[in-house]
Design a protein around this ligand. Structure first.
Ligand code: HEC
Length: 165
Protein backbone atom coordinates (compact mmCIF):
# COMPACT_ATOMS: atom_id res chain seq x y z
CA UNK A 1 0.00 0.00 0.00
CA UNK A 2 1.44 3.38 -0.88
CA UNK A 3 1.59 6.31 1.51
CA UNK A 4 -1.31 8.15 -0.06
CA UNK A 5 -3.82 5.31 0.28
CA UNK A 6 -2.84 4.70 3.88
CA UNK A 7 -3.39 8.42 4.60
CA UNK A 8 -6.77 8.17 2.95
CA UNK A 9 -7.61 5.12 5.02
CA UNK A 10 -6.73 6.95 8.23
CA UNK A 11 -8.90 9.85 7.17
CA UNK A 12 -11.81 7.50 6.56
CA UNK A 13 -11.44 5.96 9.99
CA UNK A 14 -11.30 9.40 11.60
CA UNK A 15 -14.42 10.57 9.79
CA UNK A 16 -16.20 7.32 10.69
CA UNK A 17 -15.29 7.63 14.35
CA UNK A 18 -16.46 11.26 14.42
CA UNK A 19 -19.77 10.25 12.85
CA UNK A 20 -20.30 7.50 15.43
CA UNK A 21 -19.43 9.87 18.28
CA UNK A 22 -21.89 12.39 16.84
CA UNK A 23 -24.61 9.78 16.73
CA UNK A 24 -23.95 8.89 20.34
CA UNK A 25 -24.22 12.52 21.37
CA UNK A 26 -27.53 13.04 19.64
CA UNK A 27 -29.04 10.02 21.39
CA UNK A 28 -29.98 12.46 24.10
CA UNK A 29 -33.17 14.15 23.03
CA UNK A 30 -35.79 16.24 24.84
CA UNK A 31 -38.60 13.69 24.79
CA UNK A 32 -36.36 10.97 26.21
CA UNK A 33 -36.00 7.49 24.76
CA UNK A 34 -39.42 5.90 24.89
CA UNK A 35 -38.46 2.38 23.92
CA UNK A 36 -35.60 0.00 23.47
CA UNK A 37 -35.23 -0.74 19.78
CA UNK A 38 -36.31 -4.09 18.41
CA UNK A 39 -38.46 -5.31 21.28
CA UNK A 40 -41.24 -7.62 20.29
CA UNK A 41 -43.53 -8.04 23.24
CA UNK A 42 -47.13 -9.20 23.21
CA UNK A 43 -49.77 -6.81 21.86
CA UNK A 44 -53.56 -7.05 22.16
CA UNK A 45 -53.35 -9.08 25.37
CA UNK A 46 -56.83 -10.24 26.43
CA UNK A 47 -58.15 -9.77 22.90
CA UNK A 48 -58.86 -12.74 20.65
CA UNK A 49 -56.91 -12.12 17.50
CA UNK A 50 -55.94 -14.54 14.73
CA UNK A 51 -52.33 -14.81 13.58
CA UNK A 52 -53.05 -13.30 10.17
CA UNK A 53 -54.60 -10.09 11.54
CA UNK A 54 -51.97 -9.88 14.25
CA UNK A 55 -49.24 -10.02 11.62
CA UNK A 56 -50.88 -7.16 9.70
CA UNK A 57 -51.05 -4.95 12.79
CA UNK A 58 -47.44 -5.80 13.62
CA UNK A 59 -46.40 -4.84 10.11
CA UNK A 60 -48.47 -1.68 9.67
CA UNK A 61 -49.32 -0.24 13.08
CA UNK A 62 -47.20 -1.41 15.99
CA UNK A 63 -44.21 0.75 15.16
CA UNK A 64 -46.19 3.79 16.35
CA UNK A 65 -49.00 2.31 18.46
CA UNK A 66 -47.10 -0.02 20.81
CA UNK A 67 -43.94 -0.42 22.84
CA UNK A 68 -42.45 -2.46 19.98
CA UNK A 69 -41.16 0.60 18.10
CA UNK A 70 -38.16 -0.15 15.94
CA UNK A 71 -36.36 3.16 15.76
CA UNK A 72 -34.45 3.63 12.50
CA UNK A 73 -30.80 4.69 12.85
CA UNK A 74 -31.55 8.21 11.62
CA UNK A 75 -34.16 8.60 14.36
CA UNK A 76 -31.41 9.30 16.86
CA UNK A 77 -30.23 12.41 15.10
CA UNK A 78 -31.75 15.68 16.19
CA UNK A 79 -34.06 17.23 15.01
CA UNK A 80 -35.44 14.08 13.32
CA UNK A 81 -35.40 12.42 16.74
CA UNK A 82 -37.73 15.04 18.22
CA UNK A 83 -40.22 14.75 15.37
CA UNK A 84 -40.31 10.94 15.41
CA UNK A 85 -40.48 10.61 19.17
CA UNK A 86 -43.26 13.15 19.27
CA UNK A 87 -45.20 11.28 16.56
CA UNK A 88 -44.86 7.95 18.37
CA UNK A 89 -45.82 9.51 21.71
CA UNK A 90 -48.89 11.06 20.08
CA UNK A 91 -49.84 7.73 18.52
CA UNK A 92 -49.36 5.83 21.79
CA UNK A 93 -51.33 8.37 23.79
CA UNK A 94 -54.27 7.81 21.43
CA UNK A 95 -53.90 4.04 21.40
CA UNK A 96 -51.20 1.75 22.75
CA UNK A 97 -51.85 -1.90 21.86
CA UNK A 98 -49.10 -3.04 24.25
CA UNK A 99 -51.41 -1.87 27.05
CA UNK A 100 -54.65 -3.29 25.65
CA UNK A 101 -55.35 -5.20 28.87
CA UNK A 102 -55.42 -1.89 30.78
CA UNK A 103 -58.26 -0.41 28.71
CA UNK A 104 -61.81 -0.68 29.99
CA UNK A 105 -64.31 -2.63 27.90
CA UNK A 106 -65.83 0.66 26.73
CA UNK A 107 -62.43 1.94 25.62
CA UNK A 108 -61.70 -1.31 23.81
CA UNK A 109 -65.00 -1.16 21.96
CA UNK A 110 -64.39 2.48 21.01
CA UNK A 111 -60.84 1.78 19.87
CA UNK A 112 -61.91 -1.25 17.87
CA UNK A 113 -64.37 0.88 15.90
CA UNK A 114 -61.70 3.56 15.47
CA UNK A 115 -59.23 0.94 14.15
CA UNK A 116 -61.88 -0.37 11.79
CA UNK A 117 -62.74 3.00 10.30
CA UNK A 118 -59.17 4.38 10.23
CA UNK A 119 -58.06 1.26 8.37
CA UNK A 120 -60.99 1.16 5.97
CA UNK A 121 -60.80 4.89 5.20
CA UNK A 122 -57.04 4.67 4.58
CA UNK A 123 -56.32 7.21 7.32
CA UNK A 124 -53.89 4.79 8.93
CA UNK A 125 -51.02 4.19 8.54
CA UNK A 126 -50.41 7.90 7.79
CA UNK A 127 -49.26 8.69 4.23
CA UNK A 128 -46.09 10.40 5.46
CA UNK A 129 -45.12 7.16 7.19
CA UNK A 130 -45.71 4.99 4.12
CA UNK A 131 -43.16 6.96 2.11
CA UNK A 132 -40.37 5.69 4.35
CA UNK A 133 -42.01 2.39 5.28
CA UNK A 134 -43.42 0.78 2.13
CA UNK A 135 -43.64 -2.54 4.02
CA UNK A 136 -46.50 -1.04 6.04
CA UNK A 137 -48.72 -0.60 2.98
CA UNK A 138 -51.96 -2.57 3.20
CA UNK A 139 -53.89 -3.98 0.26
CA UNK A 140 -57.69 -3.61 0.11
CA UNK A 141 -58.01 -7.24 1.20
CA UNK A 142 -55.72 -6.68 4.16
CA UNK A 143 -57.67 -3.57 5.19
CA UNK A 144 -60.85 -5.60 4.97
CA UNK A 145 -59.26 -8.33 7.10
CA UNK A 146 -58.44 -5.88 9.92
CA UNK A 147 -61.89 -4.30 9.67
CA UNK A 148 -63.58 -7.72 9.83
CA UNK A 149 -61.58 -8.63 12.90
CA UNK A 150 -62.54 -5.41 14.73
CA UNK A 151 -66.21 -6.23 14.09
CA UNK A 152 -65.86 -9.79 15.40
CA UNK A 153 -63.92 -8.70 18.45
CA UNK A 154 -66.43 -5.96 19.24
CA UNK A 155 -69.24 -8.48 19.02
CA UNK A 156 -67.31 -10.97 21.19
CA UNK A 157 -66.72 -8.38 23.93
CA UNK A 158 -70.34 -7.23 23.69
CA UNK A 159 -71.65 -10.79 24.03
CA UNK A 160 -69.47 -11.39 27.08
CA UNK A 161 -70.71 -8.17 28.64
CA UNK A 162 -74.39 -8.97 28.21
CA UNK A 163 -73.98 -12.54 29.51
CA UNK A 164 -72.42 -11.12 32.68
CA UNK A 165 -75.43 -8.86 33.35
C1 HEC B 1 -46.48 7.13 11.93
C2 HEC B 1 -46.97 6.33 12.99
C3 HEC B 1 -48.32 5.66 12.87
C4 HEC B 1 -48.62 4.45 12.28
C5 HEC B 1 -47.67 3.51 11.56
C6 HEC B 1 -50.01 4.21 12.53
N1 HEC B 1 -50.55 5.27 13.23
FE1 HEC B 1 -52.44 5.42 13.96
N2 HEC B 1 -52.04 7.27 14.72
C7 HEC B 1 -50.82 7.91 14.65
C8 HEC B 1 -50.93 9.22 15.27
C9 HEC B 1 -49.80 10.24 15.41
C10 HEC B 1 -52.25 9.33 15.75
C11 HEC B 1 -52.89 10.48 16.52
C12 HEC B 1 -53.06 11.71 15.76
C13 HEC B 1 -53.75 11.52 14.44
O1 HEC B 1 -54.93 11.12 14.42
O2 HEC B 1 -53.08 11.73 13.41
C14 HEC B 1 -52.93 8.10 15.38
C15 HEC B 1 -54.26 7.82 15.66
C16 HEC B 1 -54.86 6.59 15.44
C17 HEC B 1 -56.20 6.22 15.88
C18 HEC B 1 -57.16 7.11 16.65
C19 HEC B 1 -57.27 6.64 18.08
C20 HEC B 1 -58.41 7.31 18.83
O3 HEC B 1 -58.23 7.57 20.02
O4 HEC B 1 -59.45 7.55 18.22
C21 HEC B 1 -56.41 4.93 15.48
C22 HEC B 1 -57.65 4.09 15.73
C23 HEC B 1 -55.22 4.50 14.77
N3 HEC B 1 -54.30 5.52 14.77
C24 HEC B 1 -55.08 3.25 14.20
C25 HEC B 1 -53.97 2.84 13.47
C26 HEC B 1 -53.91 1.57 12.79
C27 HEC B 1 -55.01 0.53 12.79
C28 HEC B 1 -52.69 1.52 12.18
C29 HEC B 1 -52.16 0.43 11.29
C30 HEC B 1 -53.00 0.00 10.19
C31 HEC B 1 -51.99 2.76 12.51
N4 HEC B 1 -52.82 3.54 13.28
C32 HEC B 1 -50.70 3.08 12.11
C33 HEC B 1 -49.66 7.40 14.09
C34 HEC B 1 -49.54 6.18 13.45
Amino acid sequence: MNKQTSMLKKLFIAVGAAAIAGLGGSLIHPFGTTAVSGEDRAIFREARIDQETLALVQRACQNCHSQNTKWPSYSHIAPVSWLLTHDVQQARSHMNVSHWQDYSTDDRVRLLSAIGSATRNREMPPQRYLLLHPEARLSDGERQQIYGWTRNERRRIGVRQSSVQ
